[in-house]
Design a protein around this ligand. Structure first.
Ligand SMILES: [Zn+2]
Length: 394
């Protein structure tokens, strides 16, 4: 044990709870001391040699792709600023200190509606605007081909349209920071260049691009790819396919859904080994993450079944996944349970690697997590956002 609790008397405040944790930094391996007095939290380097502890500190996790969580769907007509705000404390309790709510292909009017609700939530709450580092727009400039488009509605998909994108960006008050597009359209390269110039990250996804289009996209400034290995046809040519093309681009970051359901273990292990610090975990979670197992009707009319293991499938045909239902913490846990990577690597893929992609910034030092590992399970003990304690479960 390396956590201690005591009551200390503070003048004028009476007795307050005080806690001390001797920890190891999960990323650097350095000894650190965390103290909590009432609602004040402090983390400092420790000179003490720590031989044995199951307490760790780590940067807060950042989810680049999340469609909803705990009953709130960011792409539903029911979305309100209040319901979006409610997801922030839930995500903080799971160690996610920053996230990019993801808006998918829809009619321009619907997309703009959701974008402006996110902006409204950010304006209403400084905590929310601190946690939402940007919006991820996934579509509508993606491939219309079956298999590549996944669950995105074909009738709203179009080639890149800069004017429409500017319209979206106005509705979002400039908060769109990531856009997933297919680079195989004639004007994709030009579109990517414009996004790059405006500081919007272009992610390649829902695409059947060949070697030349992928290379041109990277040349134009594309920085990452969206959920590698998903949203592609089940049957692909074994050598000439987009997975190899994306993996062969040294500069490109990859994001992967590591819920243990969307990708097989060997795929996860191989791509993580290849991309190293350019591998990033995303949850791609739907509103079903955090909800009890059962049958649900979605707003687009589909009936889905959520099992107890984080799998969401269509009720009519259970072989078809209807989204992901694990948060980022559960994805890290999956990688540990399957012994695919170490704790250090798994947590880095959900935090440090993302920070490197987004650009190191002192703000991120103020977001951190205290957790304990008990019987190989991560238990979040404290979450600090912007220097203040937002969740504490000693
Ligand atoms: Zn997708």
């Amino acid at each position: 044990m390396a956590g201690y609790h005591s009551n200390i008397a503070l003048e004028g405040k009476g007795e307050i709870d005080s806690y001390t944790f001797h920890c190891l930094n999960c990323i650097s391996g350095e000894a650190e001391l965390v103290t909590v007095h009432g609602d004040l939290v402090k983390k400092s380097k420790s000179d003490q040699e720590i031989r044995e502890t199951n307490f760790f500190t780590a940067p807060g996790m950042i989810d680049l792709q999340i469609n909803g969580i705990n009953g709130v769907d960011f792409n539903s007509p029911d979305l309100t600023a209040e319901s979006l705000i409610s997801t922030v404390s839930y995500l903080l309790s799971k160690g996610v200190t920053s996230f990019f709510p993801t808006i998918i292909t829809n009619s321009p009017a619907e997309i703009k509606k959701y974008l402006s609700i996110i902006d409204e939530a950010c304006l209403l709450s400084p905590l929310v605007s601190g946690c939402i580092k940007g919006i991820h727009l996934e579509g509508p400039f993606i491939s219309p081909e079956d298999g590549a488009r996944g669950a995105h509605e074909a009738k709203y998909i179009s080639p890149p349209d800069w004017d429409l994108f500017c319209d979206f960006q106005r509705a979002a008050c400039g908060r769109i920071k990531i856009i997933t597009i297919a680079p195989e359209y004639k004007n994709s390269q030009e579109f990517i260049k414009k996004c790059y110039d405006q500081g919007v990250f272009v992610s390649i996804g829902h695409s059947l691009a060949g070697s030349e289009s992928v290379a041109n996209a990277v040349k134009a400034g594309a920085k990452l790819c969206t959920h590698l290995g998903n949203a592609i046809p089940a049957m692909l040519p074994r050598h000439n396919n987009i997975i190899w093309e994306l993996l062969a681009q040294d500069e490109l970051y990859i994001t992967i859904i590591a819920d243990g359901i969307h990708l097989p273990d060997a795929f996860l292990k191989s791509v993580i080994k290849l991309k190293k610090e350019k591998a990033i975990l995303v949850s791609d979670a739907t509103m079903f993450a955090g909800m009890p197992a059962g049958e649900y009707t979605t707003h687009i009319g589909g009936e889905v079944v959520v099992d107890g293991k984080g799998k969401v499938s269509m009720k009519k045909s259970s072989e078809f996944l209807a989204g992901a239902a694990k948060d980022l913490l559960q994805c890290v846990q999956v990688l540990l349970d399957k012994k695919i990577v170490t704790l250090n690597d798994a947590w880095s893929m959900a935090s440090e690697n993302v920070i490197t992609l987004l650009g190191k910034n002192a703000e991120y030092d103020q977001d951190w997590v205290l957790f304990q590992v008990i019987d190989s399970k991560i238990v979040i003990r404290g979450v600090v956002k912007n220097g203040s304690l937002k969740f504490f479960n000693p």
